[in-house]
Design a protein around this ligand. Structure first.
Ligand SMILES: Cc1cc2nc3c(=O)[nH]c(=O)nc-3n(C[C@H](O)[C@H](O)[C@H](O)COP(=O)(O)OP(=O)(O)OC[C@H]3O[C@@H](n4cnc5c(N)ncnc54)[C@H](O)[C@@H]3O)c2cc1C
Length: 535
């Protein structure tokens, strides 16, 4: 109760300025979080650690990837002491609320990246994103049987659909370039004109589609993947702790004569001294890193869980676009109609996880902050999500409503076709690329005074695409940190990691929203950026 009050007061004081403040205390609960993973959801150490090597702020996909890679790839005889702090329940940020797609749209991402970085660098970004399908499915497969089953990490049939001729022709042309310049990724995609597109996708209004192979298209249950991974780490490493409902309230640099630590992190449950701090708090990072104010912005996105019509095929029974038939693991769609809408069909109970509608904001509840995931969903956006699916698939394909879904016992799961609608907060950067690496002290405004190694680090701002960025950005960051721990003065960046994602003084100086406007891709956050740019 006291913890909740602390968060509410802090939120009221800070959330309405440029400073994002702290996450709201009582977020809505997403379908993915129902039921919670009781092994970690409200986990706290008996006693908050007093001194550690690394404090990670945030328990989503990013924080979890960094913890896992630091622990598994660091010294096993003396594992790092890592304290993960989470302001609310474990994995209650964007990761616990997202669409579950691990699906890059490689052709447009490559074209967009080439406008601002070299061709080789654009190819590296495109490969990094595509590599997440294998990386996440492999990581889920390393969980125990219960975790693996719960995470539902799998390859999926993949369809990017366009609803006007011009958009389809542009995408198909971008794919032609990708096939020539990055053939290992381009060869995973096929374009289909209107007639085939409609037959394959069962979207009667599609003008054309691009299909992807299972190598570059996956899906998972992100909340369960992350919480089971955290549980596995807690079981394996006594040096790892997770403290939920324990926000990092303040960070100060200290003059520790022993040379072991650089910073103190204050929480409502005590102070932790540490050598390194990792900022994995997504849209809330600028609160502790003032130099990122205006460089990372948080936007509120909408998701729903619904039942598809009884007339739609079950997983494995869709019209196939390969000689191998349609995948039993289900199908996923990116629907480019103005902004991006996106659907994943769940293979077990056949729910359609449907997100988007972000350009619609009614403004009726205009006092809702972009950083508030506790307030009811926007009326127009929720109404759109509630009604758009049969319209996409056509009423003839849709058929009757399903009546075979198990009646829910949890009040968070509704009894009608729409099972749940919720929101989540995502951070995007003004130059459209994630920030990864050691944060310049000009941005943290804190000096490192004593310890031989140690710094503040970041991996964030995935712009609505974190399932294709967070895991491997986290792995790259942990490699940089382990280098720095080993005494390498100028830590190296792994070869496979695109250098243009590194956070540098120059990048911070040069990124601004005007540049962002010049290269607006229609993604999950484009409705948000449209609003920002209009203001
Ligand atoms: C509705 C929605 C749909 C999306 N769909 C997709 C999709 O289908 N595919 C895709 O690739 N990406 C998608 N994304 C984006 C993706 O979910 C994110 O990029 C990714 O989850 C970010 O992970 P993270 O760990 O960096 O941040 P988060 O998961 O947001 O974790 C950050 C955590 O930090 C905590 N925190 C904040 N401040 C503090 C503090 N001071 N002290 C302690 N803890 C703090 C927060 O409570 C939160 O739990 C979607 C995002 C949203 C919101």
């Amino acid at each position: 109760m006291i913890k909740s009050l602390v968060l509410i007061v802090l939120h009221t004081l800070t959330v309405h300025g440029a400073d994002p403040g702290f996450p709201v205390a009582n977020p809505s609960i997403s379908y993915w979080q129902t039921p919670p993973n009781i092994d970690v959801a409200d986990r706290q150490s008996h006693q908050l650690p007093v001194e550690v090597d690394v404090v990670i702020i945030g328990s989503g996909m990013t924080g979890t990837s960094i913890a896992r890679h630091l622990l598994n790839e660091g010294r096993q005889d003396q594992p790092l002491r890592i304290a993960m702090l989470e302001a609310r329940q474990a994995c209650s940020g964007a990761t616990g609320r997202n669409g579950g797609h691990i699906r890059p749209s490689s052709y447009s991402e490559y074209a967009e990246a080439k406008e601002v970085v070299s061709q080789a660098e654009a190819a590296a970004i495109t490969r990094l994103r595509a590599a997440h399908v294998d990386a996440l499915i492999s990581a889920a497969n390393e969980l125990d049987d219960a975790g693996r089953e719960a995470a539902e990490a799998r390859p999926v049939d993949s369809i990017d659909a366009f609803f006007d001729e011009g958009s389809y022709i542009r995408a198909a042309a971008q794919l032609d370039v990708l096939k020539k310049e990055v053939p290992d990724i381009g060869s995973q995609w096929t374009s289909w004109g209107q007639e085939d597109a409609r037959k394959i996708s069962l979207l009667p209004q599609a003008s054309g589609i691009l299909t992807g192979t299972p190598k570059i298209a996956g899906a998972l249950w992100p909340y369960r993947f992350v919480t089971h991974t955290l549980k596995a780490l807690l079981d394996k490493y006594p040096t790892f702790s997770l403290d939920t409902h324990t926000p990092a309230l303040n960070i100060s640099s200290i003059d520790d004569r022993s040379g072991r630590t650089n910073f103190e992190v204050a929480t409502p449950r005590g102070i932790i001294k540490t050598r390194h701090i990792v900022h994995a708090a997504n849209a809330w990072i600028p609160h502790h890193v003032p130099g990122l104010d205006g460089k990372i912005s948080g936007g509120r996105l909408h998701m729903s869980a619904q039942l598809g019509g009884a007339g739609l095929p079950k997983a494995g029974a869709w019209p196939s676009y390969t000689s191998n038939g349609s995948l039993l693991t289900g199908r996923a769609w990116s629907l480019f109609r103005g902004n991006l809408d996106y659907i994943v069909q769940m293979p077990k109970n056949g729910e359609y996880m449907f997100g988007g509608g972000e350009g619609l904001r009614s403004g009726g509840n205009g006092t809702v902050s972009e950083l508030d995931d506790s307030a009811p969903p926007d009326h127009d956006t929720a109404s759109y999500l509630n009604g758009a699916l049969p319209n996409y698939f056509g009423y003839a394909n849709w058929g009757t409503e399903r009546t075979d879904f198990p009646q829910p016992t949890d009040p968070n799961v509704w009894r009608g076709r729409t099972k749940c609608i919720w929101t989540g907060i995502e951070g995007g950067s003004t130059d459209g690329r994630p920030f990864v690496g050691k944060i310049p002290t000009s941005a943290t405004r804190r000096q490192v005074k004593n310890a031989t190694a140690g710094a503040e680090w970041i991996s964030a701002a995935y712009d609505g695409e974190g399932m294709c960025f967070a895991w491997l950005c986290g792995q790259a960051l942990s490699a940089m940190m382990l280098d720095s721990e080993a005494g390498v003065k100028n830590h190296s960046v792994p070869d496979w990691f695109p250098k243009s994602l590194e956070i540098t003084e120059a990048r911070l100086r040069n990124s601004n929203t005007a540049k962002r406007a010049l290269r607006m891709r229609r993604g999950r956050m484009s409705g948000f950026w449209d609003r920002i740019l209009r203001e």
